[in-house]
Design a protein around this ligand. Structure first.
Ligand SMILES: O=C[C@H](O)[C@H](O)[C@H](O)COP(=O)(O)O
Length: 233
């Protein structure tokens, strides 16, 4: 089965859990796009009163185009459910969110949500994080070469994310992204703690102990995976 079919299948399965009057966190990415289209259709056909909270400019634009009613994170008391994609998910249900470098907003919405669902195709499931994708860290431009050197000295194999050879990639908050090419993150909690203590680093793409259910599109249909653990936040 085509990877796009798997993404769509996962996105639509997660949407089955949406009920009237919910406030929904809307993640970012190509899988989320299918979810937005399905959500817009349900809102229209079932006359649902749903409010969306966006995690990126890209999602805001797509949601507006689909006439999904939206509010800012600061204007909602809580979020019932956030549905987002993921770059990688390991066997302990820890994740890396990477692609659009929207992870700062995505994490803020995620930790404000009663529940978090991730929608992915089965290529996103890995034994150990860092296998297929780098871990992004968002850094303030001021002094960023010093932060870069600190990361390199720790053996974290950093590279600045670039749009092209002369232009840095900017996040929503106009910060740089440094990608850490780690191949294998054996102790994600240790790494997350170390990164959180580094001056100049604003956020990183490790999403630990956040997800409540994962919907995985596979050749055999959608697998619904639920971690057995307490949430830490
Ligand atoms: O910032 C981007 C996010 O972390 C995405 O949710 C993640 O990369 C998954 O994206 P996609 O569904 O396009 O693979």
């Amino acid at each position: 089965m085509d990877v796009e079919d798997k993404k769509k299948m996962a996105a639509l399965a997660a949407l089955d859990h949406i009920q009237d009057h919910m406030i929904i966190g809307l993640g970012t990415g190509t899988t989320v796009q299918y979810m937005l289209e399905g959500l817009a259709q349900r809102i229209q056909q079932e006359h649902l009163n749903i409010i969306g909270v966006s995690t990126s400019d890209r999602t805001t634009k797509a949601a507006n185009a689909l006439n999904i009613p939206m509010k800012d994170l600061d204007d909602v008391g809580h979020i019932d459910l956030t549905i987002d994609g993921a770059g990688e998910i390991d066997k302990h249900f820890q994740g890396i969110k990477d692609g659009g470098a929207a992870h700062e907003y995505e994490k803020m919405v995620a930790i404000s949500s009663d529940k978090n669902f991730w929608i992915v195709d089965d290529s996103k499931l890995v034994d150990t994080l860092g296998h297929n994708i780098p871990l992004p860290v968002e850094v303030v431009p001021y002094g960023s070469t010093k932060v870069f050197r600190r990361l390199a000295n720790e053996g974290l194999n950093p590279s600045f994310r670039m749009v092209d050879k002369d232009h840095f990639y900017f996040t929503h908050e106009h910060n740089y992204v440094i990608d850490l090419h780690l191949q294998q993150i054996n102790h994600p909690h240790h790494l997350a703690l170390w990164l959180a203590h580094q001056v100049g680093i604003l956020e990183h793409g490790l999403f630990l102990d956040i997800v409540d259910e994962v919907f995985v599109g596979t050749d055999q249909g959608v697998k619904n995976l639920v971690p057995e653990r307490e949430k830490r936040y």
